[in-house]
Each structure stands twice: as structure tokens, then as C-alpha cells.
Design a protein around this ligand. Sequence first.
Ligand SMILES: *[C@@H]1O[C@H](CO)[C@@H](O)[C@H](O)[C@H]1NC(C)=O
Ligand SMILES: *[C@@H]1O[C@H](CO)[C@@H](O)[C@H](O)[C@H]1NC(C)=O
Ligand SMILES: *[C@@H]1O[C@H](CO)[C@@H](O)[C@H](O)[C@H]1NC(C)=O
Length: 223
Amino acid sequence: MRWPRPISPPRLLLVVLFFALCSIPGTFSSRLVTLDTIDIFTTHEWFSGEPTVFFRCNGDNRTVLPDVKEANLIYTFKGEESWQPLTDLPENKCKRCGLYEADVIKNDVFDEWEMCSSEFKDGKYTHFKEGQFNATFLCPNCTASAGDSTAHKPSSSVVEPRKTSVVVVIIVSVLASVLVTLALFGGYKYWLKKKRERDQLRFLKLFEEGDDMDDELGLSDEL
Ligand SMILES: *[C@@H]1O[C@H](CO)[C@@H](O)[C@H](O)[C@H]1NC(C)=O
Ligand SMILES: *[C@@H]1O[C@H](CO)[C@@H](O)[C@H](O)[C@H]1NC(C)=O
Ligand SMILES: *[C@@H]1O[C@H](CO)[C@@H](O)[C@H](O)[C@H]1NC(C)=O
């Protein structure tokens, strides 16, 4: 009788655990960045009309700030405007972003810089460039995963991801223990199979020895 070859349970366990662990960062919140206030100190438009100011991060589409037309005026936003949010920051990695003014020939640059989720303090981050602009950005989830800087000020935005991570840990633990059980069961089955094979071998050997004995007996009969 031939047993179906078992899919090595330890390897299966490793693969599933790997995927479970990889999906943990994905289960955390997204880090959407919205523009809170902006104050441009200059427009690069020399000749005519209103400037078209836009924000863009590497890999994203441009976001035109339709209301920002005048210099030295603080524009404040609610964060729910049609063009918000500006971008979505990855965890532990910065995005290169910039503020520009659209121009027919070549876009004028207010500034280009690295926007990092770790630089948000209490979900707020200010970028100031002398003679160009001063802008504050909001990202409630950026500080939430950074953790320690908000340790003294627990708020709902801090508590929520922790709850999520506890749930994730529980799920992963349950999954892991189920897999370990499966692996042990598989191992036990394998051991049983080996044992049976060994027993069969021993049994056959016994038979052969029996045959030898018969031969010897037969021989002695003839003698
Ligand atoms: C924060 O993360 C939650 C998911 O945990 C998501 O629903 C929410 O939209 C995120 N908020 C922002 C502003 O990124
Ligand atoms: C950029 O815009 C195009 C067309 O509107 C859209 O198909 C694409 O998904 C956008 N890309 C990003 C990164 O938002
Ligand atoms: C930039 O703007 C913020 C919010 O309006 C303000 O608190 C901060 O003092 C400004 N910084 C500079 C250097 O103007």
C-alpha cells in the first residue's frame, strides 16, 4: 500500500507564517497627507494673470491648489476639499515631493524636499522655505505608527492602530498554533508510516529466516 506523499508540513508552516507577517504592515492604517495651511511668499508669474500652484510627489499625479492665487496670504483648508488628500506616505520611507507653479515653458519650483511620515509631530508637519512658502501638512496616522513621540498624549488616533495590531497578533498566534498542530500531526503520521515499514521489513526478515530454517530442516530430512 502506498501512502500519498505528505506536503511537508514544516515548509507549509513557514510559507504561511511568512505571508502572515508580511501582511501585518499592510493591515496598519494608510497615511494620507492633507494640506492644512499654505502661505506663498512669491509668485513666479511676471507678466500676467493668476498663478497655477500645484503639489506633486514622485510617482503621483499633480494636485493643483485651485484657491492659492495670491502671495502673502495664509490659506487654510479643511482637509476635505475635492483635491485632498495630497498623497499617501509609505511607512518608514520618505517621498520626494515639491510645490511648483505651472508655466508654459518650464514649471517654476517653490521647493522640492523629502516628506517623511516620521517628521509629523502629533500628526502635523510644517515645511518652510525662505522667500518661497510656508505650509503645514496633516497626517493623523503618521505619528500613530511612529509611536513614542505621542506616548504622553493618547488619543483615538493612537489607540485604534494598537487595537488593530492586537487583533493581528491574536490571529497570527491562532494561525501559528493551528499550523504547528498540523505539522505535529503530519510528523506523527510520517513516523507511523516509517514504523509500519520497519515492522514490515522485520516481519519479512523473520519469514526469510523461517525459510532458511525450513531449508535446513529439509536438508537434514534428506540426510
Ligand atoms: C488612518 O487609518 C485608517 C485605517 O486604520 C483609515 O481608515 C483612515 O482613512 C486613515 N486616515 C488617514 C487620514 O490616513
Ligand atoms: C494619475 O491619473 C490617471 C488619469 O487620471 C490615473 O489613471 C492614474 O491612476 C493616476 N495615478 C496616480 C498614481 O494617482
Ligand atoms: C508657518 O505657518 C505656521 C502656521 O500658519 C506658523 O505657525 C509658523 O510660525 C510659520 N512659520 C514661519 C517660519 O513663518
